[in-house]
Write a protein that binds this ligand. Structure first.
Ligand code: ZN
Length: 272
């Protein structure tokens, strides 16, 4: 399904997802509570203010959430008759039905603005609803995490093998770490230059942020270490390892990857 505008009116009920959109919308609007008695934490049905048997429509303006007892007590009576004994509550229900969803409206505007901007780039862009993602996740039986939700986006179709057949056991985590400081001096606490920094950021072939492997020949830190280095002008570079920072001579360091402003790490399992 690909739509260029927000679902509105009766489409909530008759769209490709049936009542899924309508329920999500109504839950937001009525705060997961019965519109007639305010009960929460109970099963809620979609109720027609003006019953369908009396010509009531499936439009959002005619739908509320109601608990089972209220839903049954109301039966096929219009809400004006059902709540005739409680004019205050009736007025409140009718008012809330008309009230626009401010947050949802702002979200919609942003969303369609983003879609328009992306479409303008000339690449194919498609979009689906969050409730479809949720349904895909439920059908597939996956837990709710950000990475798995990204997998669940879109129209899954068993017939065309457009399904989730496996879930990654390992994730590549990319983090923007920057390329160091561009400042040429280090200020004191009054803001005056205290130290002048070297014109070149490179020392003995290394730049801060490079991924390197260090071989420490002896001492407490003897062994092989892999990590990002922070260069020192005298060549005794600082290497960050999982066990802590160590100082290693540039002679004992081998470059693995030039720092490109990002750090890359692999993480096992499904992350949030
Ligand atoms: Zn109720």
């Amino acid at each position: 399904m690909s739509t260029r505008r927000s679902l509105r009116g009766a489409e909530y009920q008759h769209g490709p997802l049936g009542g899924t959109h309508a329920r999500a919308h109504l839950r937001t609007k009525w705060g997961c509570a019965c519109a007639y008695c305010g009960a929460t934490g109970v099963p809620l049905n979609v109720d027609h203010l003006r019953p369908r048997s009396r010509g009531g429509s499936d439009r959002m303006s005619n739908l509320v959430l109601a608990c089972v007892p209220c839903n049954q007590a109301k039966g096929s009576r219009p809400v004006t008759v059902f709540l005739a004994h409680d004019p205050e509550r009736l007025a409140k229900v009718l008012e809330q039905v008309r009230a626009p969803l401010q947050d949802a409206a702002a979200m919609n505007t942003t969303r369609w603005g983003l879609l328009a901007a992306l479409t303008a780039l000339g690449r194919p862009v498609r979009c689906w609803s969050g409730s479809l993602t949720q349904r895909n996740r439920t059908v597939t039986g996956l837990p709710k995490t950000h990475s798995l939700d990204a997998l669940c986006v879109g129209a899954l179709d068993r017939e065309t093998w457009n399904t989730i057949v496996r879930v990654p056991g390992q994730l590549l985590v990319v983090k923007a770490v920057g390329r160091g400081s561009y400042a040429r001096t280090t200020p004191d606490r009054f803001g005056f230059p205290r130290l002048r920094r070297a014109r070149s950021k490179q020392h003995f072939g290394f730049v801060t942020g490079d991924l390197a492997q260090a071989t420490v020949p002896s001492g407490k830190w003897a062994g092989r270490w892999v990590g990002h280095i922070a260069v020192r002008a005298r060549g005794q570079h600082s290497l960050s390892t999982p066990a802590g920072r160590i100082n290693v001579s540039h002679r004992n360091i081998r470059l693995l990857q030039r720092g490109d402003g990002y750090s890359y790490a692999k993480r096992d399992g499904i992350v949030e």
